[in-house]
Design a binder for this molecule. Structure first.
Ligand SMILES: Cc1cc2nc3c(=O)[nH]c(=O)nc-3n(C[C@H](O)[C@H](O)[C@H](O)COP(=O)(O)OP(=O)(O)OC[C@H]3O[C@@H](n4cnc5c(N)ncnc54)[C@H](O)[C@@H]3O)c2cc1C
Length: 470
């Protein structure tokens, strides 16, 4: 459950650019804290490239038998698999230790780090068991309709309440909820809205388009070691004892997910994935693919955990995908689920990059450090996926996503005729609404995107304070 931050890189670039040390509230949202087991994490992360913000981040707090094998293999293979002590350094490729938003063996999040400390503020009300059903036009301005009223309801009831914002509405309903709400409010592609009998108020064809996510394939390897977590998952007593240990002391296997190590890799320069296209990654220090090394059978997708045997899973992902899907309305009922078309692996780049990642997983686990105690052997459909064509087919059959959707209300230049928000995060063609969530990313970041969401949120806070002279 990793989160990766580019925040310190951002801060360093600020300092180099002569902008001075960033104030805490401007840039830094996380702090590196000791792992749950208190082990010396020298060489697993670099405190010098971390900030001092409220979200707690740590390296894994429970060592796994495969950790040393991953590091040894990195040292042996080098090149695209060289060791990277900390992905926050500004160089985002290589093999390293996972960093998770965990402090003291517990999840740290926007809720615990930002919201809980201010819950008792008199100017903050939190409505639970309530859902915004639409934004209501409250006036007209030269920039377009003004939306300063949110309508609220509860499932199973037709009763509605209205809340009026004195300054503006900040919409943070996420990559699925935000476009759904905009569409329900008459903000989106006019023709599609009209066909659903919704009166179009702002014609923004991009609402709900540009949905990006990181496709993920679980690659299973049967191993001869009997020390993997498979028996914890299978055996109720063992599972209960492990959970009990976490509940009593925030120690043991359950202090984080059992994927302690990972690799971010760039494709080889001659990869067929890159033929005839411009490189979709942000730059030479950004990755195309990711490998997460899990000490057991990670039950992703439709393949159930086998009743016997020990396993290592390598989760392979494409982190600079070019496929784009969509979120559209299935119904005008605000409580009905929208239609989500993830459209993953729908481009040649994405499928070829995934094939390379699957080959990389096999190369990595074929290295000598694994041959003494683990002796990994491809398991299930992976065992039969011998050629690149087989691997592409295996990927199509077994892909899920990393749950990193982004981009359904993308940012664009103020005077462009595409996009949904401008660089101030304000809804285009309207007044009174700002969007602050992962839907505004124009492209999906090549990392687990929770960190970048915090960056956008911190930036938005500054934009809002600045707009009102606060
Ligand atoms: C299963 C899963 C695992 C993940 N694991 C990781 C990980 O390990 N590392 C990582 O970096 N990222 C991870 N992510 C991604 C990360 O959680 C998201 O990128 C991030 O939470 C997005 O933040 P957001 O503010 O855009 O939206 P969200 O966090 O989704 O917040 C949107 C909120 O709006 C609420 N909402 C929606 N519609 C309405 C409405 N109409 N009225 C009122 N409220 C509404 C939702 O209930 C939700 O609470 C994971 C995501 C999932 C789903």
């Amino acid at each position: 459950d990793p989160m990766t931050f580019g925040i310190v890189g951002l801060a360093l670039r600020r300092i180099k650019a002569g902008l001075g040390t960033p104030s805490k509230s401007t840039i830094l949202s996380s702090s590196l804290v000791p792992p749950a087991d208190g082990h010396d994490f020298t060489g697993q992360a670099n405190p010098a490239v971390h900030g001092n913000g409220p979200v707690e981040v740590s390296v894994p707090g429970f060592s796994l038998p495969i950790d040393d094998l991953v590091v040894s293999t990195s040292n042996q293979l080098g090149g695209r698999f060289s060791f990277n002590v900390d992905f926050n350094s500004g160089k985002f490729v290589g093999v390293g230790f996972m960093q998770s938003s965990i402090g003291g063996g517990e999840r740290s999040s926007a809720a615990t780090a930002y919201l809980e400390p201010v819950e008792s503020r008199r100017n903050l009300d939190i409505l639970i068991n309530a859902q915004v059903t639409k934004l209501i036009q409250s006036g007209t301005s030269k920039s377009g309709p003004i939306f300063q009223v949110a309508e609220i309801g509860q499932p199973g009831s037709s009763k509605r309440w209205q809340v009026m914002a004195l300054k503006e509405v900040i919409l943070s309903a996420g990559v699925i909820g935000t476009p759904q709400l905009l569409l329900l409010s008459g903000i989106g592609p006019s023709a599609a809205l009209t066909s659903l009998q919704i009166t179009p108020l702002v014609d923004l064809p991009d609402v709900g388009t540009n949905l990006a996510d990181h496709p993920l394939v679980p690659n299973y390897f049967q191993v001869s070691s009997n020390g993997t977590w498979d028996d914890v998952l299978r055996n109720g007593d063992n599972f209960g004892a492990t959970l009990g240990l976490w509940q009593a002391s925030r120690q043991g296997l359950f202090v984080n997910s059992p994927g302690n190590t990972l690799a971010y890799t760039r494709l080889p320069a001659n990869s067929p994935a890159l033929a005839g296209i411009s490189d979709p990654a942000a730059g030479s220090r950004s990755a195309h693919t990711e490998l997460i090394f899990v000490d057991g059978f990670a039950p992703f997708g439709s393949v159930p955990q086998p009743a016997t045997g020990n396993f290592v899973t390598v989760l392979t992902a494409v982190v600079s995908p070019t496929s784009r899907g969509s979120v559209t309305l299935a119904s005008t009922d605000p409580f009905a689920k929208p239609l989500i078309n993830p459209s993953i692996l729908s481009t040649n780049f994405d499928i070829q990059a995934m094939v390379q990642a699957i080959k990389d997983a096999q190369t990595f686990l074929n290295a000598t450090p694994w041959q003494k105690d683990f002796k990994p052997v491809p398991f299930g459909d992976l065992a039969n996926a011998r050629t690149d064509t087989d691997k592409a087919s295996f990927a199509r059959q077994n892909s899920v996503t990393v749950n990193h959707p982004a981009g359904t209300a993308r940012m664009s230049p103020a005077n462009s005729n595409w996009g949904v928000v401008d660089s101030q995060l304000k809804l285009k063609g309207a007044q009174g609404v700002r969007i602050v969530d992962a839907s505004v990313f124009p492209v999906i970041p090549e990392c687990h995107i929770q960190g970048p969401v915090y960056i956008v949120a911190e930036r938005a806070a500054d934009l809002i304070k600045s707009a009102y002279g606060l």
